[in-house]
Write a protein that binds this ligand. Structure first.
Ligand code: OAD
Length: 272
């Protein structure tokens, strides 16, 4: 049965129920999407009006063919997103997840996000490196050669912008001279094999899953909550939209923003 709590209704009671379930769980997979970073000022992809894919063409900016057609446009777009992330800070939701991870070694973050806000919150909270987030869709900070896949070290500091506003071509690979591309997964590309293996194993092994801020439409990642449900384990969803994470009837919804709900949930887990 679906349980949906709203801020005006029984959110507190639903958080208490979720806390009771999560407190006793030894292994918890925290599965996050763009909504996790929305309260840090990073745009989601599919929110009406503000979502990136309502303003930009994913075919031009998130496919290998788009990069081949216009490397400076695509490189520049990801560099400006990287700059935005570097100027942002983890929100109270990231901090709450990191606090839970530090207290509970069996909590594992699996994210579709390409930012480093989970890492920065974890470092601030003293989470051991063994609990580093699994990045299913790559990272803005892991550029590589488009031809030979050799990793490319991005220069430290904020990405530069040309004074005349013209887009710069991507850097060239030191080994083969190919253009350097952002280290994110584009439409039509396979997920990084090791990350997918870890995520799939975590979804199968967890006693409970906590999903935060994903519309649940991009596969194969979107299939992970259903996998955990199919094994008889509970899945809670934190999202302001009641349709967050898709419409599986067994999802328990905690309807609200990550920065609002997750600190309440962490406090409720700690107080039990
Ligand atoms: P979407 O933009 O599809 O979904 C964002 C979800 O976050 C929605 O369910 C929103 O309701 C919810 N949301 C918005 N604000 C929130 C907040 N403050 N707190 C919590 N939730 C909030 O983003 P993803 O599901 O992450 O792929 O998108 C999946 C993939 O599609 C992305 O990883 C990206 C994109 O194309 C690649 O880059 C490969």
């Amino acid at each position: 049965m679906t349980t949906t709590a709203t801020a005006s209704g029984d959110l507190g009671a639903a958080i208490a129920r979720a806390a009771a379930g999560l407190r006793t769980a030894r292994r918890v997979m925290v599965f996050t999407g763009a909504g996790m970073s929305a309260d840090s000022g990073i745009a989601t992809f599919r929110d009406a009006m503000t979502g990136l894919w309502s303003q930009f063409d994913p075919q031009a900016l998130a496919t290998p063919a788009g990069f081949d057609a216009d490397p400076p446009l695509v490189w520049g777009w990801y560099e400006s997103r990287r700059q935005q992330v570097m100027l942002a800070t983890p929100n109270a939701g990231h901090a709450a997840v990191a606090q839970l991870q530090r207290q509970r070694p069996g909590w594992q973050v699996v994210t579709q996000n390409v930012d480093d806000l989970h890492e920065r919150a974890a470092a601030a909270a003293g989470v051991p490196p063994g609990q580093a987030p699994v990045h299913l869709h790559g990272s803005l900070f892991a550029a590589r050669c488009h031809h030979c896949a050799r990793p490319f070290s991005l220069p430290p500091g904020l990405p530069g912008e040309p004074a005349d506003g013209r887009l710069l071509p991507p850097p060239r690979c030191a080994a083969c001279g190919g253009p350097v591309r952002p280290g994110v997964v584009w439409f039509g590309e396979a997920l990084p094999r090791a990350a997918w293996k870890q995520a799939d194993a975590a979804a199968r092994a967890c006693d409970a899953m906590l999903v935060v801020g994903t519309s649940g439409v991009v596969y194969p990642a979107a299939g992970l909550p259903a996998l955990t449900l199919s094994l008889g384990r509970p899945v809670w969803v934190v999202d302001p939209d009641a349709a967050g994470a898709g419409s599986h009837p067994q999802l328990h919804h905690l309807q609200g923003r990550a920065a609002e709900v997750l600190p309440l949930l962490a406090a409720a887990i700690a107080s039990g």
